[in-house]
Design a protein around this ligand. Structure first.
Ligand code: DGY
Length: 419
């Protein structure tokens, strides 16, 4: 079975390749998504290093003057996707959304250049743009070292229960009728509901009306939530950027400052009541009280020691396939609905990486094997039901194929991050 999965994974990357960039899956997501694309680069690196670099370079062609790298680049207009460029009104060099996504790129660039030193000149070209992107986060999205988002889509965890309370405080004025396209591709019970969707569009409208003015949004938007996905991936990526800076004799003082700030800021995400990292709503100063798969990115960020270990073991025991995107013990857990329960392979790769680096090799191995078994049996779905591994959402999905090739496959998966 396994060799077929390798071949299928490569075929999925080839099928979703639009020439210089990869779509997450045809139909549902017909554009270049930021972190999807960086995971795709890892998959390509297994058999085509040149194509891996191109993927990241194409993403950075969409970088805005203020340093932000958008979550979607609308390279070729596809009227089947909503909300498209006319709704977002991005202000960068390529039509785009107006928000960003978890910064995995510096980490992957470091890994790529470590494994293929021939890519050194291309990596060096990306160093300045990566610094500008990280500086954008530290300037506009920094609340005492915890990194905030201004839209749930920015975290990638679109409809997780963390947003329920901040969303309940929002009245989506002026959002009347619109035609969702995602629910014609995927069953309704596997996607966000319309109460959430109204609020997603309301936040897009607020941003677009301001011309994506971060200073203005910082003061006015009702949605400003510090998030473990953003904080932990940015902290990790900044450590990797620092390693690159050292390698090339670049100054590291600014990077050291950011790392120290985020190490302290990570504590703001610690919720004593549940003994776990979760989100912190800056507007109401309230934690969500939800343990998510993003809570377990603490090891990947190099913080927290063993603080999350007991929750990890409990949740790993609770479902056949793990790590579910919401704690199964939480009342909002829905095992089929997108980020309210299902398992996501690329998050598992980051969690396992962190576990391994933190000295929990046994747990890292068990999680890797669990994900390997899941994909080997169920294929390359966007996400999976933790109870039986049922494939959900989009099929022939780029990031599931990519993390199979880079990490989960027994024959090709060779991922070790610290190069
Ligand atoms: C969607 O279209 O549902 C995406 O998750 C937005 O990034």
């Amino acid at each position: 079975m396994t060799p077929d999965r390798d071949r299928e994974a490569r075929a999925i990357l080839a099928r979703n390749d639009r020439g210089g960039y990869t779509v997450p899956t045809a139909g549902l997501y017909p554009y270049q998504w930021n972190w999807d694309s960086v995971f795709a680069a890892l998959g390509f690196a297994e058999h085509d290093t040149d194509r891996a670099w191109t993927e990241i370079e194409t993403l950075f062609r969409g970088q805005w003057d203020n340093g932000m790298v958008p979550h979607i680049l609308f390279h070729q207009i596809d009227p089947e996707y909503f909300p498209g460029p006319n709704v977002w009104k991005g202000t960068g060099p390529i039509p785009s959304s107006g928000i960003s996504q978890p910064p995995i790129a510096a980490t992957v660039v470091r890994w790529l250049v470590g494994r293929h030193p021939g890519g050194e000149p291309r990596a060096r070209q990306l160093f300045g743009p990566l610094m500008d992107w990280h500086r954008w986060f530290m300037t506009w999205r920094n609340e005492g070292g915890a990194i905030v988002v201004t839209h749930p889509w920015e975290t990638g965890r679109d409809n997780c229960p963390d947003w329920d309370r901040p969303f309940a405080a929002i009245e989506p004025d002026g959002i009347t009728s619109y035609h969702r396209r995602d629910t014609s591709e995927v069953q309704t019970d596997e996607r966000p509901n319309s109460w959430e969707y109204d609020r997603y569009l309301y936040l897009v409208k607020l941003g677009a009306e301001s011309g994506w003015d971060e200073a203005h949004l910082k003061d006015t938007t009702p949605f400003r939530v510090a998030d473990p996905t953003m904080t932990f991936t940015l902290l990790r990526a900044t450590r990797d950027l620092r390693a690159l800076a050292e390698r090339w004799g670049q100054p590291v003082a600014e990077l050291d400052g950011w790392i120290a700030e985020m190490e302290a800021g990570a504590d703001r995400l610690w919720n004593d009541e549940i003994g776990a990292y979760d989100t912190l709503d800056i507007r109401s100063d309230a934690h969500s009280g939800v343990i998510s798969n993003a809570s377990f990115l603490a090891w990947y960020a190099g913080v927290g020691g063993d603080r999350m270990l007991a929750h990890f073991d409990r949740i790993a025991e609770a479902t056949r396939y793990y790590v579910p995107s919401t704690d199964p013990a939480h009342p909002a857990y829905e095992p089929r609905r997108y980020w309210r329960g299902p398992v996501w392979a690329m998050l598992n790769m980051l969690i396992a990486t962190g576990l391994g680096e933190a000295g929990h090799a046994d747990r890292a191995r068990a999680l890797t094997e669990n994900t390997r078994d899941l994909i080997a049996r169920k294929g390359f779905a966007e996400y999976f039901d933790p109870r039986d591994g049922a494939p959900l959402g989009g099929q022939t999905f780029t990031w599931t194929a990519a993390v199979w090739l880079a990490w989960a496959s027994p024959t090709t998966g060779r991922l070790t991050w610290a190069a």
